[in-house]
Write a protein that binds this ligand. Structure first.
Ligand code: AGP
Length: 609
């Protein structure tokens, strides 16, 4: 996810663009840049680092003269953060400049074709393909060139485009990424999101998929991809600035919970081609995969919980022995590495000190290391032998939600891919599981829509709770661990997660009248046992909230409250049950008035040991 902004009007563009970008840094902040047209030339200034670096480089925009410009703040997906990879990108003779938010899925194919035609690329990004393709099809008419590239590009994009030949026009186009147009007396704007232009106007147009926009100093015109004029109604933004930066949500955490369908989809789709999982970045041939004797999955916190699910799904589907370790333990226990071992380090930030140390430990033992990371170009991404990025976009809230869900997705993709190569799954089962996997984003969306109000109500009843137990078996235990951590870290309520079968070995002594126990019951083969554990604690006074799949009538009989999720293959139910657990923790913390985006004592990335 990146932030784009554009301006055309009577004022100097650069300072306005810089200011707009500061309101979009939540969308990405590893590099930034501006392109301004002074009427005869396009001047580009861009660099790695936070927006402050660009502001210093351009003396607050003073060095770039012109009243037409575009700006970008980047969250790297293709090409590590660097000056060259930062946006705007421009064509070889610098007559066209582009800023882009999104992912072009067929950029490699287009890049090869353009290279065959003599084009040379400076960056590793997918975006540079867009501006070179515009160059190839531009014959003096910007709209025609834009319309043409729309037929060539696969993937998602929101683009801001300026042409040296048209110093009085700003262009924009979108597919599957947000883009708004703002109109004011001071000039007209494009932006990824409202906060960037709220200072100048509340009158906006929401650009729909496939629409092209031409902005001039006098006004705006909208076209469809056949270049037919479109009439659009303006909207008036009611939000204040603080709400606008969170997209109207009260907290970044809630916004990120709601972003999970897209995050999971963005992590899944580029890795599924013609009905098969393709994970090129794994850089392991089929023989390497067949020879695998052992997998270590090493991580901290929620990433460790995702690794727990990885163990369940990889062992069950691909029949490869998996050991999951907390990074802070792994690095000191002198593990044994059989010859064909793969160590997987999972980390949202890619900077967690213990996880980085574990990576180095594995490499010291000549073990192949795969990083599953959300921040492109981070230390773990750079030091791993190979990296499989999760594409959750920037995660601002300290308590992870969307990044965790994309880590689960990465685990499923690896499990199915390994199972297919090692032929531990037949084609029908593989296809059926892949179909189920592709349904997850939509099911997450359904849960958020259907259960949020009910969960808000339930959460309001638990605000005074002092202890809580999460219990489950198999992958439900992984969910219990994650649900317990979410509750602890944002509501400050003490909670513990236990394998349901473990309660009778001591912890059940803690159960007394009114103790809240949240039972996970999504693993059909294990539910009878877990139900017995629930009855055990209920008979000792516990208050039971069960999370189960639609169709499970038993849970209604043994629980005080039941929340049901859509029935999905047991390997993937955690992606749905965890949404319920995130929302429960969120609404309890919100009821307590906690600053839950920045909980006490916590940091988004623990870069110290
Ligand atoms: C999860 O909500 C916490 N923020 C924390 O447990 C986090 O998952 C852990 O510190 C690992 O961080 P990483 O994924 O960036 O390595």
């Amino acid at each position: 996810m990146c932030g784009i902004v554009g301006y055309i009007g009577c004022n100097q563009a650069a300072p306005i663009l810089l200011e707009g970008l500061t309101k979009l840094e939540y969308r990405g902040y590893d590099s930034a840049g501006l392109a301004v047209c002074d009427g005869t030339r396009i001047h580009v200034s861009k660099c790695k680092g936070r927006l402050k670096v660009l502001s210093e480089l351009t003396k607050g925009g003073e060095t770039l003269k012109g009243t037409l410009g575009i700006g970008h703040t980047r969250w790297a997906t293709h090409g590590a953060p660097s000056d060259t990879n930062s946006h705007p990108h421009y064509n070889t003779n610098e007559t066209i400049a582009v800023v882009h938010n999104g992912i072009i899925e067929n950029y490699n194919k287009i890049k090869s074709r353009l290279c065959e035609k003599g084009y040379r690329f400076q960056s590793e990004t997918d975006t540079e393909v867009i501006v070179q393709l515009l160059d190839r099809y531009y014959t003096g008419d910007p709209l025609a060139a834009i319309s043409k590239i729309m037929t060539k590009l696969e993937g998602s994009y929101a683009l801001g485009i300026i042409f040296k030949d048209y110093p009085d026009e700003l262009y924009a186009v979108r597919r599957d990424n947000p883009l708004i147009v703002g109109v004011s007396e001071e000039g007209n704007f494009i932006a990824s999101d409202v906060p960037a232009i709220l200072k100048y106007t509340r009158k906006v147009f929401y650009v729909e998929n496939g629409e092209i926009v031409r902005l001039t100093r006098e006004g705006t015109q909208f076209f469809n991809s056949d270049l037919e004029h479109l009439a659009k109604e303006a909207s008036i933004v009611e939000w204040d600035m603080a709400a606008a930066e969170k997209g109207g949500y009260e907290h970044f955490m809630l916004k990120e919970i709601y972003e999970q369908p897209k995050a999971v989809k963005d992590t899944l789709h580029p890795r599924i081609k013609d009905g098969k999982i393709v994970i090129d970045e794994l850089n392991m041939n089929e023989d390497d995969i067949r020879k695998l004797e052992k997998i270590f999955i090493v991580a901290c916190g929620s990433a460790y919980h995702a690794g727990m699910t990885g163990k369940y799904v990889i062992e069950d589907l691909a029949r490869i022995p998996v050991e999951v370790d907390l990074a802070s333990e792994f690095r000191y226990r002198n593990p044994i590495y059989p010859k064909n071992t793969l160590t997987i380090i999972i980390s949202q930030s890619g900077e967690t000190a213990d996880s980085l140390a574990a990576l180095r430990e594995a490499k010291k033992n000549n073990c192949r290391v795969l990083g599953i990371v959300n921040v492109v170009g981070s230390s773990i991404a750079r030091e791993a032998d190979n990296v499989m990025y999760t594409w959750a976009g920037p995660e601002i809230a300290v308590a992870t939600t969307k990044a965790y869900s994309t880590q689960l997705t990465a685990m499923y993709l690896l499990a199915l891919h390994f199972a297919w190569i090692r032929q531990t799954l037949d084609r029908d089962k593989y296809d059926a599981l892949l179909k189920e996997l592709l349904s997850i984003p939509g099911r997450i969306e359904d849960i958020i829509k259907k259960n949020t109000t009910e969960i808000q109500y339930i959460a309001s009843k638990f605000v005074a709770v002092r202890d809580c137990f999460f219990i489950g078996r198999g992958n439900d235990y992984s969910a219990a661990l994650e649900g317990s951590l979410k509750l602890k870290e944002i509501s400050y309520i003490h909670s513990e997660a236990y394998p349901a079968g473990e309660l009778k070995h001591g912890p059940i002594a803690l159960i007394e009248e009114g103790t809240l126990v949240i039972g996970l019951l999504t693993q059909e083969k294990l539910n009878k046992k877990t139900a017995s554990n629930i009855v055990e604690v209920k008979s000792r006074g516990a208050f039971i909230l069960s999370i189960t799949c639609e169709g499970d009538e038993e849970a209604d009989r043994i629980s005080d409250l039941v929340i049901k999720i859509p029935a999905v293959d047991r390997h993937f139910t955690i992606s749905l049950s965890v949404i319920i657990l995130q929302l429960i923790a969120y609404y309890i913390a919100a009821c307590k008035g906690i600053d839950l985006d920045k909980p006490r004592n916590l940091a988004k990335s623990v870069t110290v040991e």
